[in-house]
Design a protein around this ligand. Structure first.
Ligand code: FAD
Length: 417
């Protein structure tokens, strides 16, 4: 049986970053990453953006050049799906019954796309977007596809829609709720993106429920809506969120209900077992201390670094300001902070200019900011959020006043003499 001082399960952003941070900290023990994907660790966000568009080849997605892992002495074992964790004997087993022993285990398995529960999801032409293989299958089918239905108006569905419409496909986007991005953004942002997608030719249908997916000879032919209408499609993309991939760890006794619970050092309830990234539910100061799971590269990277510090005996609690981005058409959305618990929003600038921000407030405190083509607000908003500086709503709504000017000036040092 192979043994590693640190065994990392999952070679995505969080797992890779844990290994890199251990190496940077000159961790002297052995480090192994087990991942069920065949690839070396790569960036996931481009999958629904430039990689799907065909403008970024896979080798440019790699988080590190292949030689890096060897040089750093980090072993990466691909095609290994961990199915069982034995926390008493400190070992894991994979689907092919190989066992690996660990000194410390880092669970970094992200999540699996939520599946539609209606009939027809097994048909050829129905896709989920989580890994390279998913997107390669879509790319291979695209030449035969004229009509695409995207189910789910979250970021991944919207990004895919923006790429596919540019590739000349006829795209219909179905959203069950009254507005797209309803779970993650305020109404101004939803309305703005809805208008943008419509202007680019995407048929956006909100308040629209799916009854089933239909097909012929094993291939998808369209989507049947709850009201009986048939929307034709040769490709269906389902983007309705993820479920954290934590079953083996939960079966082993790790506490958690939405993913696996971790403390501020990413430690789970099991001895010498950490969890990082999309699967780790942590108490986040920027969510008022609520236990949340964040699905972002920022969180994956910084939790990986946090776990590495604790493993190296230099613990430093996770206290990172969340940030996130999305690219659609020529629009860059940048989010800083978490809007959880906001009681009002303030629009900064005119959406018609395609450069504006939406501020999320609790009382007079800025909790989060969604900035569209407006990097200046995104950068300057950080201080207001982190330092919990009370803001004046009238000033906040005036884009002519820079956010940095909303923070009180530092007291000037007394004049000499
Ligand atoms: C299409 C797409 C676009 C995105 N765009 C953005 C964006 O623009 N901005 C942003 O901030 N975030 C974005 N995200 C989210 C971001 O990619 C994730 O938050 C990040 O990848 C989380 O890292 P992770 O390591 O926790 O999980 P992952 O990157 O998913 O890595 C988990 C790895 O573990 C493997 N694994 C799972 N179970 C097992 C097991 N039992 N045994 C072995 N291996 C296992 C998985 O196959 C995977 O390789 C996007 C995600 C997707 C899918």
């Amino acid at each position: 049986m192979r043994r590693s001082d640190v065994l990392i399960v999952g070679g995505g952003h969080a797992g890779a970053q844990t290994a890199i941070a251990l190496s940077n900290a000159k961790f002297s023990g052995s480090v192994t990453i087990l991942t069920d994907e065949p690839e070396l660790p790569y960036e996931r966000p481009p999958l629904s953006k430039d990689y799907l568009a065909g403008t970024k080849p896979f080798d440019r997605l790699l988080l590190r050049a292949p030689a890096f892992w060897q040089e750093r002495g980090i072993t990466i074992a691909g095609g290994q799906r961990v199915t069982q964790v034995d926390p008493l004997n400190k070992r894991v087993s994979t689907a092919d019954r190989t066992q690996f022993e660990y000194g410390t285990l880092v669970w970094a398995t992200g999540g699996a796309p939520r599946r539609l529960t209606c009939s027809g999801t097994e048909l050829m032409g129905v896709h989920y977007v989580r890994n390279r293989a998913d997107v390669d299958r879509m790319i291979a089918e695209l030449p035969e596809v004229r009509h695409v239905v995207v189910i789910g108006g979250g970021y991944i569905g919207l990004e895919a829609a923006s790429v596919l419409i540019k590739l000349g496909k006829h795209v219909t986007l179905l959203e069950m709720l009254p507005r797209i991005l309803a779970r993650v953004a305020g109404e101004d942002i939803s309305r703005f993106f809805e208008a943008e997608h419509r202007a680019h030719g995407v048929v956006v249908r909100t308040n629209t429920a799916v009854s089933c997916i239909e097909g012929e000879n094993g291939r998808v032919t369209g989507v049947r809506l709850a009201d009986g209408e048939h929307v034709p499609a040769q490709m269906v993309i389902v983007g309705i969120g993820i479920a954290p991939a934590v079953e083996p760890l939960r079966n082993a006794g790790a506490v958690g209900s939405n993913g696996v619970d971790v403390d501020s050092h990413c430690r789970t309830s099991l001895r010498d077992v950490y969890a990082v990234g999309d699967c780790a539910a942590h108490e986040n100061a920027f969510a008022g201390g609520a236990r949340v799971r964040l699905e972002s590269v920022q969180n994956a990277n910084e939790q990986g670094a946090t776990a590495a510090k604790a493993i190296c005996g230099q613990p430093s609690p996770y206290h990172a300001l969340p940030w996130f981005w999305s690219d659609q058409y020529d629009l860059k959305l940048q989010t800083i902070g978490l809007s959880i618990g906001h009681d009002s929003t303030v629009l900064r600038g005119d959406p018609a200019t395609r450069s504006f921000s939406v501020a999320y407030l609790s009382g007079d405190r800025l909790l989060a900011l969604d900035s569209i083509n407006n990097a200046r607000d995104y950068v300057q908003g950080r201080k207001l959020i982190v330092e919990k500086i009370p803001v004046d709503r009238a000033k906040l709504s005036d884009p002519a006043i820079a956010l940095k000017d909303l923070a009180p000036a530092k007291p000037s040092s007394p004049a000499p003499g």
